[in-house]
Design a protein around this ligand. Structure first.
Ligand code: XMP
Length: 507
């Protein structure tokens, strides 16, 4: 049985990061909402309580009965998790002053404590809390302090229960990995055997069992998640998997052809459907961004449904949904901004059972699995690309000519990023065709042509992003190449807006 750590989520921004850190320690973990502890699951080897946007004494604060967890599993509370345990046992938690934010160094460390083994005084930790523990219950013992925070970490005497008021999961906590390793491996006894290979072996076996001889369809987008899901399923059920790759006409230059070839090389049973004429005609004259999205979403479902019906006896729809898409707890504070919409609406319409083999993986793990499956690096490292494609990068109405201009400009930009070894340094890049024309001069001719904006961002999850600080020499080259080679463009701008308040896409 797969041993696991449970992370109880009280709504902190860093809960997912705790999960990633634990996985980086080759230990499987699941993030569950604070009130959904899987009491029946006997593969749990330890529990972590996350931080929270609330104060423990807030009326709205998330509370749990600890009795069924404490004493049953090793327990580590982080920030709110630590404060909650202290508060619930009669300790005092009060507003902190501003010094309890940001970098701090441990001053006193009980190096003999199993949680802190190998961590020395001076180690840097990251503090971020509005409250602080000012009085500990009698049987709680301080095991680490900083200059400003006397109770940086504690243990309950005689119990496998610890609390830390700093955040070991953030990268700035230099000793964070060591501390988490001490907990996960040293205290909980994880065998640290979770890896891409072990995931592939167990998932392929489970898929064989689950799917038997059933037929499965999967919509490919050219993106990493659906591609890895397809290759994994192909390994499990081979030709019983049919992949459908729909060209809505808004893909990048030559992308349909190139990606289809990649898929075929990977041995996938893939049907490529060129439905661009349908989409162009339905999108003609439409300028509103959300209407464009709806037309493309619905058109995609129709085409996919029609193709899938050509295959006899399909029982399952497979999707490349990944863990961040489904962590229910992300919405426990009601602040979810982005909804996932890869092939939204399809399962309902097609009345098929859903198969989501990557639903427990983080993005970097999906990539690792793809690599272990032998997929080429250019497929694995592909930038994210929006489902509606270039349609949301052409501001205003869409015509075949505008798509051609944008594909050509985008191709120069993306090839340039690869040539200059910048592609892997940015999260995502693309070109936006603006609905403006401006005056220029080429040779002796006055021109009155279109302007394009280049967009390149750095990010870790697309929820926030900064514009990429690309070298001027590179931008000069790309600008020249676009204006010289793309008929219809005489001006190139660079978008220097961060998200928030801007978004990555312009529409
Ligand atoms: P924004 O523009 O909201 O984008 O900052 C965040 C990330 O989501 C992608 N994106 C989409 N993906 N369908 C998709 O499948 C869409 O309608 C869509 N809109 C934005 C965007 O490219 C970025 O990676």
């Amino acid at each position: 049985m797969q041993e696991k750590i449970i992370i109880l989520d009280f709504g902190s921004q860093t809960t997912q990061l705790i999960g990633r850190r634990v996985r980086e320690l080759n230990t499987y973990c699941e993030i569950v909402p604070y009130n959904k502890f899987p009491y029946d699951d006997n593969s749990v080897i330890g529990v972590i309580l996350s931080g929270s946007p609330f104060s423990v004494y807030d009326e709205k604060a998330f509370r749990i009965e600890l009795d069924r967890i404490r004493g049953h599993y090793p327990l580590l509370g982080i920030c709110y998790g630590a404060q909650f345990m202290a508060y619930a046992n009669g300790g005092k938690v009060e507003p902190a002053d501003s010094r309890e934010y940001g970098r701090a160094n441990l001053t006193k460390v009980d190096e003999a404590n199993p949680l802190l083994r190998g961590i020395e005084p001076g180690a840097q930790v990251w503090m971020s809390h509005g409250d602080t523990i000012t009085e500990l219950p009698a049987n709680f013992h301080i095991i680490a302090s900083t200059a400003e925070v006397p109770c940086a970490a504690y243990q309950i005497e005689g119990e496998e229960v610890w609390g830390v008021q700093f955040h070991p999961e953030v990268y700035h906590s230099e000793c964070g990995t060591k501390l988490l390793e001490n907990f996960v491996a040293g205290i909980c006894g994880s065998t640290q055997s979770w890896s891409a290979e072990s995931f592939i072996d167990s998932t392929v076996a489970e898929l064989k069992q689950q799917l038997g001889d059933d037929k499965v369809v999967l919509g490919l987008s050219g993106g990493v998640d659906s591609s890895v899901a397809a290759v994994l399923l192909n390994r499990a059920i081979g030709k019983n998997l049919t992949c459908i790759f729909v060209d809505h006409g808004m893909l990048r230059k030559n992308e349909f052809r190139d990606v289809l070839r990649d898929y075929e090389c990977l041995g996938l049973n893939v049907v490529g459907v060129d439905a661009s004429a349908k989409f162009f005609s339905e999108l003609a004259g439409v300028t509103d961004p959300e209407t464009k999205r709806k037309i493309i979403g619905k058109g995609f479902i129709d085409v996919f449904d029609e193709e899938a019906h050509k295959i006899k006896d399909v029982k399952w729809l497979a999707q490349g949904t990944i863990y961040p898409d489904c962590i229910e707890s992300l919405s426990i504070t009601g602040t979810t901004i982005k909804s996932h919409h890869n092939v939204g609406g399809l399962p309902e319409k097609m009345n098929l059972k859903l198969c989501e083999p990557l639903r427990l993986l983080f993005k970097d793990e999906v990539r690792a699995v793809g690599r272990s499956l032998g997929m080429p690096e250019h497929l694995i490292k592909r930038h994210p690309f929006p489902g509606p494609g270039l349609a949301v990068r052409i501001l205003g109405d869409i015509t075949a000519e505008k798509v051609r201009i944008l594909q050509d400009a985008d191709d120069i930009f993306i090839r340039g990023l690869r040539d200059w070894n910048l592609y892997d340094k940015v999260w995502q890049a693309g070109v936006i065709l603006l609905p403006v024309q401006s005056v220029g001069v080429m040779g002796d001719e006055r021109t009155y042509e279109r302007a394009v904006a280049l967009r390149a961002v750095t990010s870790t999850d697309a929820m926030t992003a900064d514009w990429a600080h690309l070298p001027y020499e590179f931008m000069a080259q790309v600008s020249n190449d676009i204006i010289r080679n793309v008929r219809g463009v005489n001006r190139v701008c660079y978008d220097i807006s961060s998200k928030p308040p801007a978004t990555i896409e312009w529409e």
